[in-house]
Design a binder for this molecule. Structure first.
Ligand SMILES: [Zn+2]
Length: 438
């Protein structure tokens, strides 16, 4: 992306997502918090009471590692949890259990449609914080979200367009859904984005030199919101740099009403968090057998499904729509329909383009498609039925000539009866009207 002064965008992503597990990350509280009343899914551990001991959720760890494998990461055989310290009302114990030096997954990449491989720095697992609300001058806190298993994917600062960043996020979301490890519904806060944004000159880009600052846009909860926020921030930084100023390293949020970014809590450097190993959870060691077992759980991934569909003759655009716009449920449905003998392209096109088919079960879909197939749409054949109906119903024709429009519908009914309901009614009505007027 070029800006007015030909400055180039440098963007890195931090993607947070909730895993679908029965329990929270370090306690046995149920994790079905999304429609629950405030503070009903809590215990001493996730309330951060002194002396409460965390026990890691093994299912969450395996799911984070599975995501790592799907995104071509290397799994760390030695891993551990660390404490990340900061003060905030939604973090009652004064630190968050996260991972610093030895995350579960390192490296990895996602390939975009344009063939670019966008590199991932790391994937780690942590606990989510509580949620605060500001109401009538008071701050209320709901601890249901506290301790929810939260995966964080950190990319390298490899994006130079917001479109690429949005596509990357969409691919992460779809991969998580195909793996069946999370619902990642952004409206429910199950997936949240942060974008680190800075600008550099074309010369810096050529030298591979990164800017000395970055501005972090926090709390992005939709892809559309991300595009707007990033574009607004590019504009702001361009103005500062072109005016001879220096962009301050800080956290900012996006205000939709003003279409501008605004400063938030100051960015803390990594050492400010005073990370140290979580003393209540021993370090973890994973052997080859564990990793092999995880690999055997791997499913067909979104790009693989698209490749299979295109081999079956489904156009790329339609295949992408099934996988990325509709998701795994629709993809499974399409597979069943194809397995029942419907040609792949026809099944996919109908599923993507015809709304009335989308909520049908596989059986209903096939039977509706079959009855559509039996429909007579050939105008010549319908004309034969129409001529016959006119000859047999002289009275209705006379009524029509005397101004009765209802007699057209009567004659269409006759055509439907003679064709045993197979004539396409719209075509029949059109041909009939033409014949009556000639
Ligand atoms: Zn709990």
């Amino acid at each position: 992306m070029s800006t007015s002064n030909d400055l180039k965008l440098v963007l890195g992503l931090e993607i947070h997502l909730h895993l679908r597990t029965n329990n929270k990350m370090f306690c046995r509280c149920p994790a079905d918090i999304y429609d629950a009343s405030p503070n009903t899914h809590t215990c001493p551990v996730c309330l951060g009471l002194p002396g409460a001991l965390p026990v890691p959720n093994y299912d969450a760890i395996e799911k984070a590692q599975l995501l790592g494998l799907a995104l071509h990461c290397e799994l760390n055989k030695n891993s551990k949890f660390d404490r990340k310290h900061y003060f905030y009302p939604d973090l009652a114990k004064g630190y968050q259990i996260s991972q610093y030096k030895e995350p579960f997954c390192i490296g990895g990449w996602i390939e975009l449609d344009n063939g670019k491989k966008m590199e991932i720095e790391r994937i780690h697992l942590e606990e989510d914080t509580a949620k605060s609300f500001h109401q009538g001058g008071k701050t209320l806190i709901d601890f249901n979200k506290s301790g929810m298993p939260l995966v964080e994917i950190v990319t390298k600062p490899v994006f130079n367009s917001v479109e690429d960043a949005a596509e990357f996020c969409k691919k992460v979301q779809t991969t998580v859904r195909f793996l069946g490890i999370g619902d990642v519904d952004m409206e429910k806060g199950q997936m949240r984005l942060e974008a680190n944004i800075s600008l550099r000159t074309p010369e810096m880009e050529k030298r591979g030199e990164l800017p000395k600052y970055k501005v972090e846009i926090k709390n992005i909860n939709s892809f559309r919101f991300m595009e707007k926020a990033v574009l607004a921030e590019i504009e702001r930084q361009t103005e500062i740099i072109n005016g001879g100023g220096i962009v301050k390293q800080e956290n900012r949020g996006y205000n939709e009403a003003t279409a501008k970014t605004v400063p938030q809590r100051d960015k803390e450097e990594a050492h400010d968090y005073r990370y140290f190993p979580e003393p209540d959870i021993p370090p973890m060691v994973f052997d080859d057998a564990h990793i092999e077992k995880l690999k055997s759980r791997m499913v067909e991934l979104p790009e693989e499904v698209v490749a299979r569909y295109t081999k079956l003759g489904i156009p790329m655009k339609t295949a992408n729509a099934v996988v990325f716009a509709f998701g795994p449920e629709t993809s499974k449905k399409l597979d069943s329909i194809i397995n029942s003998g419907v040609t792949a392209e026809k099944a996919a096109n109908t599923l993507v383009n015809k709304k009335e088919y989308q909520s049908l079960s596989v059986e209903e879909f096939i039977s509706k498609l079959k009855s559509e197939d039996d429909k007579i749409t050939d105008p010549e054949k319908i004309k034969e039925f129409a001529k016959s109906a006119i000859l047999k119903n002289i009275k209705a024709v006379e009524d029509y000539k005397n101004g009765s429009t209802a007699s057209v519908e009567f004659l269409v009914g006759m055509i439907m009866r003679e064709s045993k309901g197979k004539a396409e009614a719209e075509v029949a009505r059109k041909i009939l009207t033409e014949l009556l007027q000639s």
